[in-house]
Write a protein that binds this ligand. Structure first.
Ligand SMILES: NC(=O)c1ccc[n+]([C@@H]2O[C@H](COP(=O)([O-])OP(=O)(O)OC[C@H]3O[C@@H](n4cnc5c(N)ncnc54)[C@H](O)[C@@H]3O)[C@@H](O)[C@H]2O)c1
Ligand SMILES: O=C(O)C[C@H](O)C(=O)O
Length: 332
């Protein structure tokens, strides 16, 4: 069996982590034959709760979980890690937009960027989940100059999973028969969930979702708005933000990054923009990507109509505004 890898989860005493830690421990992310040592970071007042989480992880008796390191010290948490799930941050409440969390959360990602820079492996793969995820990931990468910028990503896989589920329901097919829905831009209500290149496998034959569904009005209106506002709808119902589905998406994101995309398949990840599709440069923008050998590449050549281009401009503008605001908060 392989040597264990060290994996850090921040916000380890919180809601998302409670589901995510089990998924990582049982091999959903790095595979059933890859032992892991989990580093669990939270803040000092949560150390008692974290002790309970450690007890439960031990009580799961999972053979590939080779160690658990609970701590409130970033230097310990980030030491020699190969993968980092940055979950720890304040969640939004009903009536807030995710960017309203910037002032409260962005400094966390400065500190954690510095700690990654000093203590993590130089090829560490970093997934930012804590909101506003795209801008937090940008700030984190800026404070970790010795780690390549492409190793910092933000999570839009939850939006992708929501979109796949919504389309599968609309065409009455299993969710794994639908592929290549794209989430463009920010993990916010300006994101553009785009089904124009999505496909569905029907009895081994591949069809375009748009042609199967034959309902452009629904795809351009209700579908888009449902995905844009799904996080708020969960908060309104649960009085807490999504956790189980967020953990599943984080697990999916990191699994794809470590183990690759299937031929012909792409997934959405918030990655450093190179200006592809007219997106602004130097923001973390969600694009369709393929992954091979642990490296992502933006899928090129997808067609965007005028409406899609306008949607990308709107979400790109929001990311530029968030970047500006984050820099003001950090420098204050
Ligand atoms: N990108 C996405 O799709 C997505 C989906 C769901 C939730 N989120 C975001 O994820 C974050 C966490 O959500 P949750 O439901 O787990 O929240 P939660 O409040 O249940 O848990 C957050 C945990 O983070 C800890 N924490 C706070 N500051 C920390 C720090 N500096 N270092 C380490 N830990 C710290 C808290 O003590 C708490 O235990 C929120 O910002 C939420 O908005 C993102
Ligand atoms: O909506 C939120 O604030 C939580 C999360 O980002 C989500 O999409 O469910």
């Amino acid at each position: 069996m392989a040597e264990p890898i060290r994996v850090v989860v921040t916000g380890a005493a919180g809601q998302i982590a409670y589901s995510l830690l089990y998924m990582i421990s049982k091999g959903d992310v790095f595979g059933p034959n890859q032992p892991v040592i989990l580093h669990l970071l939270d803040i000092p007042p949560m150390m008692g709760v974290l002790e309970g989480v450690v007890m439960e992880l031990n009580d799961c008796a999972i053979p590939i979980l080779r160690g658990v390191v609970p701590t409130d010290d970033p230097a310990v948490a980030f030491k020699d890690v190969s993968a980092a799930f940055l979950v720890g941050a304040m969640p939004r409440k009903q009536g807030m937009e995710r960017k309203d969390l910037l002032a409260a959360n962005v400094k966390i990602f400065k500190v954690q960027g510095e700690a990654l820079d000093k203590h993590a492996k130089k090829d560490v793969k970093v997934l930012v989940v804590g909101n506003p995820a795209n801008t937090n990931a940008l700030i984190c990468s800026r404070y970790a100059p010795s780690i390549p910028k492409e190793n910092f990503t933000a999570m839009t896989r939850l939006d992708q999973n929501r979109a796949l589920a919504e389309i599968a329901r609309a065409i009455n097919k299993p969710v794994d028969s639908v592929k290549n829905v794209v989430i463009w831009g920010n993990h916010s209500s300006t994101q553009f969930p785009d089904a124009s290149s999505a496909t569905v496998d029907m009895d081994g034959k591949i069809f375009n979702v748009v042609e199967v569904l034959k309902d452009d009005v629904w795809l351009n209106t209700t579908f888009v708005e449902t995905i844009q506002k799904r996080g708020a709808a969960v908060i309104a119902a649960r009085k807490m933000s999504s956790a189980m589905s967020a953990a599943k998406a984080a697990s999916d994101h990191m699994r794809t990054w470590f183990r690759g995309t299937a031929p012909g398949e792409y997934v959405s990840m918030g990655v450093l923009s190179d200006g592809s599709y007219g997106a602004p440069k130097d923001v973390i923008f969600s694009f369709p990507v393929t992954v091979m050998g642990g490296k992502w590449s933006i899928v090129q050549g997808l067609k965007l109509n005028d409406n899609a281009k306008a949607m990308l401009t709107k979400t790109g503008d929001e990311l530029c505004e968030e970047r500006q605001e984050a820099l003001v908060v950090i420098e204050a």
